[in-house]
Design a protein around this ligand. Structure first.
Ligand SMILES: [Zn+2]
Length: 394
């Protein structure tokens, strides 16, 4: 796979950085014209963006233009080894560059992704609003990337979601940099959850003339960090992001020490949290949280347990849809082994929150139904196995 030296094109109100890629559509990223001064002149973002797709195809990757020496070294070494631990379907490849140079001067800008979710608010609480936020890590720019989170046809959804976020950024006094890209088209055989860290880590390198650090909001607390076969790349961000850093552009996994419950609690009393958008309902016409999807329910239950749900209603959440589904949701929290339900149960113990007897009954019924449907599923697959077993003499 050969990517040509990135070139810069102006297009209406945006500036696009384009690299031709052999046998594929060109790879491009764009920012609004007023943020063009952030764009660096290296091709490190291309090396990071195309590494997994090239490994998936087992093709060596040549990146035209200048790639930073330390990044190229990692891309031929530990970075590939780590990616292959979690994605055994990736092949070892050789990565080369048109030119190799020591890291450029580090820019002063500090960026944080801003999607309006609990993770991004927690990052801002620690690195923007806290009195003791270190000056060298204090957030100066908010990024909103379109690198695949909104699905293949996600342009309209991305536009709809970013308008209130731009308003929030203006209130926080920070520039809101929207980074559009067709990077997702280059991942036809690799899912978003499998590659999100690589996609987002390409962006600060693209913006290397103005950004020297990216706080990548952690989605997984340290206690769940592990290399396993789930394929979920965020599970090993703390191992991965140092390998995606140079001394000019560093990436860190922010707030990995906090659980989702702790992050949700950090929103209490913050006027900015009225911009909170945790919802997974992908209706572009939606203007606030649906208050009934699992992520809305999880945040609302946590806030209710803390005694502060009413602070968030009706501006951020609506009570009626939540109350209608609350019993069923609590049953699922008590019946599930997933990390987030476990966090909520731990929090309940910590604050002396008592689940009702009816909650336990519903949870037991839910577990029984799930066990029965699991057995039915296994039974349904048995007839197909019988001829095979017979042929094998078993
Ligand atoms: Zn929702």
């Amino acid at each position: 796979m050969v990517a040509q030296t990135p070139r810069v094109e102006r297009e209406d109100d945006r500036v696009r950085v384009v690299s031709e890629v052999s046998g594929r559509r060109p790879l491009w990223f764009s920012v609004e014209g007023r943020h063009a001064e952030l764009l660096g002149d290296r091709a490190d973002h291309v090396a990071i963006g195309l590494l997994m797709p090239a490994m998936k195809e087992g093709r060596d990757l040549h990146v035209g233009g200048t790639v930073t020496d330390s990044l190229l070294h990692q891309a031929n070494g530990d970075l590939q080894l780590l990616l292959r631990l979690i994605h055994p379907g990736l092949h070892p490849i050789r990565v080369t560059a048109g030119a190799v140079e020591v890291p450029a001067a580090r820019a002063a800008g500090v960026a944080s992704g801003f999607s309006g979710g609990v993770d991004s608010f927690a990052t801002l609480a620690e690195y923007l609003w806290a009195d003791d936020a270190p000056a060298s890590l204090r957030v100066t720019h908010l990024l909103n990337n379109n690198v695949g989170a909104h699905g293949h046809e996600g342009e309209a959804l991305w536009r709809a979601r970013r308008a209130p976020l731009a308003e929030a950024a203006a209130e926080f006094g920070l520039p809101f940099v929207t980074v559009d890209s067709n990077l997702d088209e280059h991942y036809p055989r690799i899912g978003f959850i499998q590659s999100v860290t690589m996609r987002n880590a390409a962006v600060p390198h693209l913006l290397g003339a103005g950004i020297g650090h990216l706080h990548l909001a952690s989605a997984i607390p340290f206690s769940f960090v592990r290399i396993d076969s789930s394929g979920e790349i965020a599970r090993f961000d703390p191992f991965l992001v140092p390998l995606l850093s140079t001394s000019a552009v560093t990436v860190s996994s922010a707030n990995s020490g906090l659980t989702r419950v702790q992050k949700t609690l950090s929103l209490i009393g913050r006027p900015e949290s009225r911009y909170l958008d945790v919802c997974t309902d992908d209706d572009p016409a939606r203007t606030r949280n649906c208050s009934q999807c699992p992520k809305c329910m999880r945040a609302m239950l946590t806030l209710e347990m803390a005694g502060h749900l009413q602070d968030f209603c009706p501006r951020t959440f609506s009570l009626a849809p939540y109350l209608e589904r609350r019993d069923a949701f609590i049953a699922s929290v008590l019946a599930s082994d997933g990390p987030y339900p476990r966090e909520i149960r731990d929090y309940a113990k910590q604050i002396g929150w008592h689940w009702r007897a009816s909650d336990h009954r519903r949870a037991a019924a839910l577990r029984a139904r799930e066990t029965a449907s699991g057995m039915a599923h296994r039974a349904a697959s048995l007839p197909a196995l019988r001829p095979l077993r017979k042929a094998l003499g078993r």
